[in-house]
Ligand binder design. Structure first.
Ligand code: 5GP
Length: 206
């Protein structure tokens, strides 16, 4: 729990293949006062996913109805599917004093920034673009075309990440979690404004 002003809202964005689910699951496990905002999506459930835990899986018609009645804090279309953050759930938990972390793409993060400028925006990437490529290939869930598309989208998200507060480099998992805890606890980390030299290394040889 945070102070009596209510909880804090953390937006975690990362290109597909950056290891965001692992990081998100670990941080929530370690910090009982931090709760994860389970998004709504129209995409199909993947093997191993659980409805209500990983996402709230709903139909396109239901999603569109929720947009109409203002149920989303933000929503976006990502890789041909709809994704949205439940407004009432987030507001209720923040008001109750819980810290909330949400996994949102950069477009959604930019929308949240407009309505909740006090939220903390964290952008996560692997140490290099080569490693991102390797991780996408290694999980064997996408075709070569899909991998190429995800890499292209990653570059677009990176080019828009200057709107975020912190860069989290997911190199060694334990280190990543410590760095994320530092951001959450102390608002201390690698400020996006100071990452120019990191990006030179990130893209080197690509
Ligand atoms: P995946 O289908 O691989 O779980 O997620 C695809 C993308 O959707 C990821 O970039 C993830 O950050 C994004 N995403 C997940 N939930 C939300 C959400 O509630 N809102 C937005 N804008 N993006 C989301």
């Amino acid at each position: 729990m945070s102070d009596n002003q209510g909880g804090r809202f953390f937006v975690l964005s990362a290109p597909s293949g950056s290891g965001k689910s692992t990081v998100k699951n670990l941080i929530v496990e370690r910090r009982p006062e931090l709760v994860y905002s389970v998004s709504f999506t129209t995409r199909a459930l993947r093997l191993g996913e659980v409805d209500g835990r990983d996402y709230n899986f709903i139909s396109v018609a239901c999603f569109k109805e929720m947009i109409k009645i203002g149920d989303f804090l933000e929503w976006a279309e990502v890789f041909g599917n709809f994704y949205g953050t439940g407004k009432l759930w987030v507001e209720t938990h923040l008001r109750a004093g819980c810290d909330v972390i949400a996994d949102i793409d950069v477009a959604g993060g930019i929308s949240v920034r407009k309505i909740m400028p006090e939220a903390v925006f964290i952008f996560m990437v692997p140490p290099t673009i080569k490693e991102l490529h390797q991780r996408l290939k290694g999980r064997r869930t996408e075709s070569n075309e899909e991998i190429a598309y995800r890499l292209k989208m990653a570059k677009i998200e990176i080019s828009r990440s200057h709107t975020y507060d912190f860069l989290l480099v997911n190199d060694k998992l334990e280190r990543t979690i410590c760095d994320l805890e530092d951001i959450i606890e102390n608002r201390r980390g690698l400020a996006i404004a100071e990452t120019k030299s990191f990006w030179d290394t990130f893209f080197a040889g690509s």
